[in-house]
Design a binder for this molecule. Structure first.
Ligand code: COA
Length: 700
């Protein structure tokens, strides 16, 4: 773990390229440090000046003669290496390199960035940036950025890969009255990256939630490790941009075609316990809610409203977002019936009806919030004439305070008439929205975080010690020696078997005699397929024969498969014919692996068979760290699960057997990073057990 305490709590800051000219970056940074109330030493560095903004200026960092924790670079890129070298000699700990003109411009810039990192490494200095806005900590306090303002003091750490977004968010937050603990522009991430800043924010006592705007992740494993650790302490929310450009690439495997970098980010963030915000609005809605409201214990939501329509809208939103409308306890409903007029609806959504004065909100909220069947509350209010809105807001605040373990969000629907009530709610930490859906969305995100955190806490990697790693390695070596990267069917089936994934028995036959002997050994009926790494679509070339019941049929099939294949693909390297046991029909599933450049192997499960790419029904998880609970959840997420449970009167399939096969496949991929692609399609799922019919493995 990187120690960033001297970056966030520096005893001294040097501004290299500090300037007396308003409008220059070196002026803005010095001015911001000064006006932020920073209590440490400030050393402006400028060879032409003796004083800058009231501070004594030095011609170079070497002239300071005292320890410097942080140096902020406001000099042109061309000067940066010489300046970094001097910083190293002066014993500076951190460089915040605002300067642009590095990796982001390519070519020379890339080289310059590498050289900058080398100098920093040589002296043990850490770099934030380059090409960034700077860093703020409102509690230290200091503002080493060239933004127009300092963030308000608060408890949200914001880490952003875009500097421009930083200034925009900052400006918005000032209008909104939203505060930050740390505000970090990470720029090109030449050295310190998102993982370092997540770790630092999680350790920061002033941070209650960590928000990130990311365009990419530098080191997948470190990111997951840092985020998993952080989410045990505080919620981490990520908005990841660039999801459309990084769509699924053409891949030769089915799983590869189903996956894509967006899927990998989903899988990785989920595994890390991180919530993925789908919009920037959601990122900050959640951030605000997490700093003021408890994480709900479960997903049972009650809606309290003074109008029917919005009550239905909110109830729909609860149901469609996968939350439950809480079923109120009989005694609570009895209490509501006693205290509310007969026209009121005492069942969830609780409707205090249109003529309600604020006291009915008090009655309803006090009752529902003490119900153990309720985890979270949505308070809806439409501005009717009899209602004192500020009082209703106050009762909401009181009820939330009296029940600190239950999350409360509100939707005061309207505008002008509600301003005072909305202000009061905002000031008292009740998230409030002009419409019901975003209120429910916020709850959904909070509840999701609770679920993810439980998954992370329970999530031990599912390992198997009864696998035959050495035998698999020997098969891969043989394949490599043979100059291939694709395993033949029988080899791939053997690999599966060595990891105790039941595969349909199969043998390679190079002559018709070997073929019928293999069939006799396996037992009739058999399926025969051409064994050639150069023939992908075997059926199309007449390279597959099914339902062969006798020695004669096997001999005939052997010869016709060889002939058809040679005719269709004359250059193909043919290894013979695979003789495979014809398995009874089962429900067709796919289990596979696709590799992501950032997060490594991802395991897929879904509906299999020839329609796999049409159905697009697959769920993904990272192979690294895959727990039994995650495997179970990934099966349940698919439409295939409906079939597995026993569709239209069919008996249910053996889900535990599938779970185990997925767990074992993940281990195979973890044990052998050289597996580049892997598909088992179809896997026949049976009421008892399963059979891997067609195993394809490609190694690198
Ligand atoms: N040591 C100390 N001071 C030095 C120096 C050195 N080696 N070399 C130059 N300086 C001084 C200059 O004399 C100048 O001071 P002055 O105003 O008193 O004349 C000051 O440092 C700045 O140098 P200058 O050449 O005027 O550069 P600039 O201010 O025009 O630009 C940057 C410097 C860093 C702002 C610019 O190179 C840059 O990268 N801009 C983009 C920043 C950006 O967008 N970052 C990403 C944000 S998300």
């Amino acid at each position: 773990m990187s120690d960033l305490s001297s970056l966030f709590h520096p005893q001294s800051i040097a501004v290299i390229g500090a300037s007396n000219t308003p409008g220059k970056i070196g002026y803005a940074v010095t001015d911001n440090i000064k006006s932020s109330g920073y209590r440490g030493e400030v050393y402006p560095i400028n060879p032409k000046e003796s004083e800058i903004l009231g501070y004594k200026a030095y011609p170079s960092i070497l002239a300071v003669g005292k320890p410097v924790d942080v140096a902020v670079f406001c000099v042109p890129a061309a000067a940066s290496l010489a300046v970094a070298e001097e910083c190293g000699q002066a014993g500076v700990k951190h460089l915040i390199v605002i300067t642009a003109g590095f990796k982001e411009i390519g070519g020379e810039g890339k080289k310059l960035e590498q050289d900058l990192v080398s100098i920093a490494k040589k002296y043990g200095m850490r770099i934030t940036g380059p090409n960034n806005l700077g860093v703020m900590d409102t509690h230290t306090p200091f503002n080493a950025t060239f933004a127009k303002d300092m963030a308000l003091k608060g408890d949200i750490a914001f880490i952003s890969q875009s500097g421009a977004l930083c200034v925009a968010i900052l400006d918005w937050s000032l209008q909104r009255g939203l505060g930050f603990s740390q505000f970090i522009s990470i720029g090109n991430k030449a050295d310190l990256n998102e993982a370092d800043f997540i770790e630092a924010a999680a350790e920061d006592p002033n941070t209650k939630v960590i928000c990130l705007y990311l365009e990419d992740v530098v080191d997948g494993d470190r990111f997951i490790e840092a985020a998993r650790k952080a989410t045990k302490k505080v919620p981490v929310i990520v908005f990841k941009s660039g999801i459309t450009a990084a769509g699924a690439k053409a891949a030769s495997s089915h799983t590869g075609a189903l996956a894509g970098s967006n899927t990998a980010y989903d899988a990785a963030l989920r595994h890390a316990g991180v919530i993925r915000a789908r919009t920037m609005t959601e990122l900050f809605d959640l951030a605000i809610a997490f700093t003021t409201q408890p994480v709900p214990k479960g997903k049972n939501v009650v809606v309290v409203t003074n109008s029917g329509g919005p009550g239905i809208v909110a109830s729909d939103a609860v149901e469609t977002s996968g939350l439950n409308m809480a079923k109120l306890s009989p005694e609570i409903e009895r209490e509501l019936a006693e205290k509310l007029p007969p026209a009121a609806n005492i069942h969830n959504p609780v409707d205090v009806v249109g003529d309600a004065k604020s006291d009915r909100y008090k009655v309803a909220l006090d009752a529902v919030m003490k119900d153990p069947a309720v985890d979270a509350v949505v308070v809806l209010l439409s501005p009717t004439a009899p209602l004192n809105i500020v009082e209703a807001a106050q009762y909401t605040i009181d009820a939330a305070k009296a029940n600190p373990d239950k999350a409360v969000v509100a939707s005061f629907i309207g505008g002008k008439k509600l301003e005072a009530g909305v202000k009061l709610l905002n000031e008292n930490g009740i998230p409030v929205y002009p419409f019901p859906e975003p209120a429910v969305e916020t709850l959904r995100g909070m509840i999701r975080f609770g679920e993810l955190r439980r998954e992370v806490e329970a999530g031990q990697q599912w390992d198997f010690d009864d696998v035959q790693k050495d035998a698999v390695r020997a098969i891969f070596e043989k394949v490599r020696k043979d100059g291939r990267d694709l395993l033949l069917g029988p080899e791939a089936a053997e690999v599966a078997e060595l990891y105790k994934i039941p595969a349909a028995p199969s043998k390679l036959a190079t002559t018709e005699e070997e073929a019928w002997k293999a069939a006799e050994a396996i037992g009739f009926p058999v399926v025969m397929k051409i064994a050639s790494p150069d023939i992908m679509h075997k059926t199309d070339v007449g390279g597959v024969k099914v339902g062969l019941k006798t020695k004669e049929e096997v001999i005939e099939a052997f010869n016709s498969i060889m002939e058809n294949s040679k005719k269709a693909v004359p250059d193909a390297k043919i290894y013979g014919v695979e003789v495979q046991k014809m398995m009874p029909k089962g429900d067709e599933m796919i289990i596979g692996m696709a590799k992501d450049p950032t997060f490594g192997p991802m395991i897929a499960f879904g509906s299999g068979g020839v329609l796999v790419n049409l159905l697009q029904d697959a769920s993904f998880r990272l192979a690294k760290g895959l727990s039994k609970a995650e495997v179970s959840a990934m099966i349940k997420e698919t439409k295939a699960y409906t079939i597995l449970k026993g569709f239209r009167g069919a008996p249910p399939d053996d889900v535990p057997a599938l779970e185990e096969a997925i767990g074992r496949l993940a281990q195979l991929c973890r044990d052998f990073p050289e597996i580049a692609e892997l598909d088992i399609n179809p896997v026949f799922a049976y009421p008892k057990g399963l059979s891997a019919l067609d195993v394809k493995i490609k190694i690198s």
